[in-house]
Write a protein that binds this ligand. Structure first.
Ligand SMILES: *Cc1c(COP(=O)(O)O)cnc(C)c1O
Length: 832
């Protein structure tokens, strides 16, 4: 195939016919034919449609790969390999139909079966192979890779049970395996021909010629499963290649014959455990070991795949670093440089200098958090047991790096100790790890092996080089950059919000769908009263849809004319869902004190998962439920206030909630949220933001005007200053009667049926250290919330602000983000 055949228009009618044929075949295979007039169930239609789409995407995949291989062989491209432990993909059918322009075809086909398209789409389980923003970013990037035609592979693991499914029992989070593959996965293409050996344990053998070779004790095999992501404005696709682990050896036949069936398969179960869940609980040693194995497994299979492709296309390892970018999405794949060195030195016989030059050219790294406790380190002891050869290589990388630093900063022994890839475990490492244990610092390895390191929003990138990576920034002044995150407008506007999309099409044309910058044409419409009314009508329709879902799932009726105030994201202390709940309590108390007041009715929606071992986050979820129950059962409140927690937050739930939001809560303590991407999705969908001066909130405010966001709270410098001066949360509470009433009510057990103990730990945290400064920001938060009420009463003024927000969101497309990665991080130009 030539690239000319990739033109979408040529293929459009063919695609429709091919799709209809494939759909008939799939249905037929399940016993549904026109003759028998069997009515297909919605889940069956979903699987049949997905299989039919996959067939068309398979052709696009083959064409894309063929085109890239031709260019690869001519050394005309640089392929990007995006390594990530998380890809939070969500559903795929709606996106595939939109990309293939088959929505209408399918709508008709389903109508013939007595089913509606939205109902069928709802039957698809979410591919929830991620935790939060980092994983969703990776998914948005795959979409933009396809859209921009970037030769690329996303590499991840095929977790059989995702992270976990969140249920709520008696107001408490309960976790269950998310069995998303139970009915099979019609999207994935297994590639049994792509199999790579991956080992663990064993020892390193030194040969007569001095070369070293790792002899692993445990032998696994990685098999590839591909998931194809289509572009919307061309026939290009991108690939998510997910690895599945299996034991290399079949069952132990002798043991089996002795009747020892468990023993016969024990090694197979151990291998299979790698496929089970994202983030095995790290509170046990075996959980931690499993996690390190997963990381090593992802990295090894992906790099072997990359090298095999490069050799197939070019016949030599020369130029591998110039032809291939290897990107580390946070430090989870940070073993990549060590594994690449091992493969190049031990398996392919390159010299250290050759291999290191290739590694440095290829590797780049994105940091996603400044929280010291989130910076990954692994005990040297675990490396010795699982990855002995990698440890040798890390020591050698470290020796050369420290020699270099010692030459450039003579006599600065403290610097050497701080920047070493090995934490010698002699002092406080800030991570609360026990003294005495030597650990490998994965961020240090990532920085030293990369030619580029980036943060994910302007403030974050600045703080990164001023705080956690200050020493490295001194050593490598040109290595650090910023690339502000973005989100794909295909999923987060076009698919999630068809009504708003249609309104935009009618008012500014359809160009925004490809160039999100064109949203700036909405700006003059801010003064257009009719446009404002149309925006309100779209919002109301989306709120009705969400209200129906809340009614269905929770049996709670909400007032659709109330202000929908939404905070959906992982539950974490730094994100301050608790501050939100404190505001709800104070509003509740105020309504009860003055039931005849002129209140702006509010529906506060919270959703998010707490990590299974994170006690405080789980307590915040419970408090949310307790407060929600008390408010709902108090007749004095009426429909002026509701608090709603929607369980099992994920991509498709976000797609329903976000278009219905009036207000977006982005209230992290300044300096803690690296970027946020939820903030972007909300503004794009016409919610106004109440937010702190943190992460990408800042760039959003700058893009659409600071006066068009409700900002509040201490800024980073003020947070630091307050902490330095000695912060006394208890005093803050004493001096603010409103806040005091809120804290007292929780402490008394007003929301826990008199059980004063239930939230003692939570209250003690707030009155004790209050690390995230909720008490300090409370008063200003309430002031900003009052401003929200005032503006909301003026429908026209509110709508005008909404228009200005949307108009300013053009730069927050992940297409722009990827263009910047290409320019600053992945291009040959960036290698200098
Ligand atoms: C966008 C998104 C996130 C990230 O949200 P933040 O508010 O930026 O933390 C997390 N989870 C899902 C499912 C998302 O869609």
């Amino acid at each position: 195939m030539t690239t000319a055949s990739l033109a979408p228009a040529v293929a459009a009618t063919d695609a429709r016919a091919a799709f209809q044929h494939a759909l008939r075949r799939e249905l037929h295979a399940s016993g549904v034919t026109a003759q028998t007039a069997t009515i297909a169930t919605a889940p069956l239609l979903m699987r049949a449609a997905a299989a039919a789409c996959r067939e068309l995407l398979g052709q696009r995949w083959a064409d894309t790969q063929a085109a890239d291989a031709v260019r690869g062989a001519r050394a005309e491209v640089r392929r990007v390999h995006y390594l990530s432990m998380e890809f939070l993909m969500g559903r795929a059918l709606g996106n595939a139909l939109a990309a293939l322009k088959l929505d209408d075809t399918l709508r008709e086909a389903f109508a013939a079966q007595g089913q509606s398209l939205p109902d069928v789409l709802e039957r698809e389980p979410d591919a929830a192979l991620g935790n939060g923003g980092l994983g969703r970013l990776a998914a948005c990037f795959l979409d933009s890779f396809a859209e921009l035609g970037l030769p690329s592979f996303g590499y991840g693991l095929r977790y059989q049970y995702g992270m976990f499914a969140q249920g709520i029992q008696d107001g408490r989070q309960v976790e269950a395996p998310d069995d998303w593959l139970a009915l099979g996965n019609p999207w994935e293409v297994m590639r049994p021909e792509l199999r790579y050996p991956v080992g663990f344990g064993g020892h390193v053998e030194v040969r007569a010629d001095g070369s070293r070779r790792w002899m692993p004790a445990e032998a696994l095999v990685a098999t590839a499963y591909d998931f194809i992501v289509p572009a919307h404005h061309s026939a290009r696709v991108s690939t998510l290649r997910q690895w599945h682990a299996q034991a290399a050896a079949p069952i132990d036949f002798a043991a089996f014959c002795r009747g020892e069936h468990h023993a016969a398969a024990a090694h197979r179960v151990a291998a299979d455990a790698l496929n089970w869940v994202l983030y095995p609980d790290d509170s046990t040693e075996s959980g931690r070991t499993l996690r390190l194995k997963q990381e090593a497994f992802l990295v090894s299979a992906s790099l072997q795949d990359l090298i095999a492709r490069h050799l197939r296309e070019t016949g030599s390892l020369q130029g591998l670093g110039r032809a291939n970018a290897i990107h580390l999405n946070d430090t989870h794949p940070a073993l990549a440089p060590a594994e690449l060195m091992r493969l190049l030195l031990d398996d392919h016989g390159l010299s250290w200098d050759e291999a290191w030059a290739i590694t440095r050219e290829a590797v780049s790294y994105t940091n996603h958090t400044l929280m010291p406790e989130a910076l990954e380190t692994w005990p040297v002891r675990m490396f010795e047991a699982l990855l002995p050869r990698h440890l040798e290589l890390i020591y050698e990388i470290n020796r050369r790096f420290l020699d270099d630093v010692a030459l450039r900063f003579p006599g600065d022994v403290a610097l050497l100790r701080r920047v070493s890839l090995i934490d010698e475990g002699q002092g406080e490492d800030g991570n609360g790890h026990g003294h005495g244990e030597r650990r490998v610092r994965m961020a240090a390895l990532s920085i030293v092996a990369s030619h580029r390191v980036n943060g994910v929003a302007a403030l974050h990138s600045e703080l990164m080089v001023q705080t956690i990576f200050a020493d490295y920034a001194r050593i490598f002044p040109c290595r650090f950059h910023n690339v502000t995150n973005g989100v794909t407008p295909r999923r987060w506007l076009q698919q999630a919000n068809p009504a708003l999309s249609a309104l935009l099409d009618a008012r500014i044309g359809t160009g925004w769908r490809q160039r999100l910058d064109e949203l700036e044409r909405v700006k003059p419409l801010a003064a257009d009263v009719e446009f404002g009314e149309q925006l309100q009508a779209v919002k109301r329709a989306n709120k009705l849809r969400l209200a129906a879902r809340i009614q269905r799932e929770l049996g709670v009726a909400v007032n659709v004319d109330s202000l929908f105030d939404v905070q959906i994201k992982r539950i974490h202390e730094y994100k301050r869902q608790l501050l939100n709940v404190l505001h709800v309590i104070s509003r509740y108390q105020a309504i009860v004190a003055n039931p005849d007041g002129d209140w702006v009715p509010r529906t506060v929606v919270i959703a998010g998962k707490a990590a299974s071992a994170y006690v405080t986050a789980k307590s915040i979820i419970q408090l949310t439920h307790d407060v929600a129950r008390v408010i709902a059962s108090d007749p004095r409140v009426g429909d002026r206030l509701r608090l709603v927690f929607l369980p099992n937050y994920g991509v498709s739930l976000a797609e329903t909630i976000i278009p219905a939001a009036d207000l977006s809560e982005q209230i992290s303590t300044a300096g803690t949220e690296a970027s946020g991407t939820g903030n972007m999705k909300f503004a794009l969908n016409g919610a106004l933001t109440i937010g702190t001066w943190d992460g990408a909130n800042i760039e959003m405010a700058q893009a659409f005007g600071e006066r068009n966001m409700f900002t509040f709270g201490l800024r980073t410098e003020q947070v630091d200053a307050l902490k330095r001066a000695g912060y006394e949360p208890r005093q803050v509470v004493e001096q603010n009667p409103t806040l005091r009433a809120v804290i007292d009510a929780i402490a008394r057990g007003d929301f826990s049926q008199g059980d004063a103990g239930r939230y003692r730990a939570l209250v003690d945290k707030l009155l004790g250290e209050d690390v995230y400064l909720l008490m300090a920001d409370f008063a200003d938060y309430l002031r900003a919330q009052a401003e929200v009420d005032t503006l909301f009463r003026d429908r026209q003024a509110w709508a005008a602000r909404v228009a200005l927000n949307i108009a300013g969101m053009g730069m927050f497309s992940s297409d722009r983000t990827i263009e910047e990665y290409i320019d600053r991080v992945w291009s040959v130009k960036s290698l200098g």
